[in-house]
Design a protein around this ligand. Structure first.
Ligand SMILES: CC(C)(COP(=O)(O)OP(=O)(O)OC[C@H]1O[C@@H](n2cnc3c(N)ncnc32)[C@H](O)[C@@H]1OP(=O)(O)O)[C@@H](O)C(=O)NCCC(=O)NCCS
Length: 304
């Protein structure tokens, strides 16, 4: 727990899970939306990368071919193939038939008309890729490796807001790496939720640490107000997700009216591709059918 200072607490309202909720959100129902978080370990699927590449689009192939190493190219192929497969099951179209376009600052989305209320975002770090898929509202996700022995002093000075930096420096040294990682992933998830430019100089404009904030409570939704890139402020819900295996992930959803339930899915086995014939005839291999293992939380008491 970071030492409390009520005058700096951005949101005094707390929900039953310890999350921070504005009055307009408290009056709404909870758990209506559906947010899936897929954890992909690329090294598991490397032997299949040739097969998986079959579903990539021309732009994705160009990007894959520009990577400096085979390892990075394969990781890219694998996360984009999984993204296509997951969206394919939601939309009942063949993975290769999905079309993407980029928002003005680079956030990829499904091309107009395919599924306007289905949103996704992805992030990768080392041998981990996280794909968040949400209905009804945009989503941002960021994952970072938890690096043992990390001394983030220089990065903290460059990325934390002045008030965050004071809070961070007041922490015992043993808590600083974890607090920094919470801040870093949280800020990036916020940028990505809004589709703002992924530029390091924007990070100090977003405060996710404040006096009295409890890093344990970061694993429940908290509602924050953040500065927009050019002018004004925006409201965003943010939380971390424990995805295990030495990584920390953060999720952000702008201006939500309900907190979605979260399903964490570990991508453990590659499903066979559906053919165009199967897709046309509605023979969908559903997520549920080939989901190898999953944990659901958000709408129940255990887990997060
Ligand atoms: C672009 C860059 C900044 C992103 O790095 P990153 O945060 O490690 O990357 P992530 O894996 O979390 O996110 C990248 C994904 O976000 C998505 N994305 C791209 N632009 C986006 C935007 N404006 N908003 C939301 N999502 C975006 C893409 O799907 C991309 O995945 P892809 O490469 O498979 O297409 C990277 O090129 C880089 O330089 N990283 C160095 C670290 C750094 O400076 N980070 C500070 C960024 S504020």
């Amino acid at each position: 727990m970071i030492p409390a200072s009520p005058k700096n607490d951005p949101s005094p309202v707390t929900d039953r899970d310890g999350g921070r909720v504005p009055p307009w959100a408290r009056s709404q129902g909870r758990g209506c939306a559906r947010l899936e978080v897929w954890i992909v370990t690329p090294s598991r699927f490397r032997p299949l990368s040739g097969l998986l590449a079959d579903c990539l689009g021309a732009d994705e192939r160009r990007r894959r071919d520009a990577f400096a190493s085979r390892l990075l190219a394969d990781r890219f192929t694998i996360r984009r193939a999984w993204l296509r497969q997951i969206l394919s099951c939601r939309l009942n179209v063949a993975p290769a038939a999905l079309a993407f376009e980029a928002e003005p600052d680079g956030k990829p989305r499904l091309a107009t008309g395919q599924a306007d209320d289905l949103h996704f975002n992805l992030s990768h770090s080392g041998d981990c890729a996280v794909i968040a898929v949400n209905t009804g509202a945009p989503v941002g996700v960021d994952v970072e490796a938890i690096t043992p022995g990390l001394d983030p002093a220089r990065l903290a000075a460059a990325t934390l807001a002045p008030d965050e930096l004071m809070v961070w420096r007041s922490l015992p040294p043993s808590q600083r790496p974890s607090a920094f990682l919470h801040s870093w992933t949280g800020k990036e998830a916020v940028l990505k939720a809004f589709g703002w430019p992924l530029e390091p100089h924007r990070l100090p404009g977003i405060s996710v640490l404040w006096p009295g904030c409890d890093l344990q409570a970061a694993a429940t939704w908290r509602v924050l107000t953040v500065a927009r890139p050019r002018t004004g402020r925006a409201v965003v819900a943010l939380r971390t997700v424990d995805i295990g295996s030495g990584y920390l992930a953060a999720l952000a959803i702008p201006a939500i009216t309900t907190f979605p339930d979260i399903t964490i899915v570990t991508a453990a086995a590659w499903p066979r591709f559906r053919t165009d014939h199967e897709a046309r005839n509605g023979e969908c291999i559903t997520v549920e059918r080939w989901r190898p293992q999953h944990d659901v939380y958000g709408g129940r008491s255990s887990g997060a």
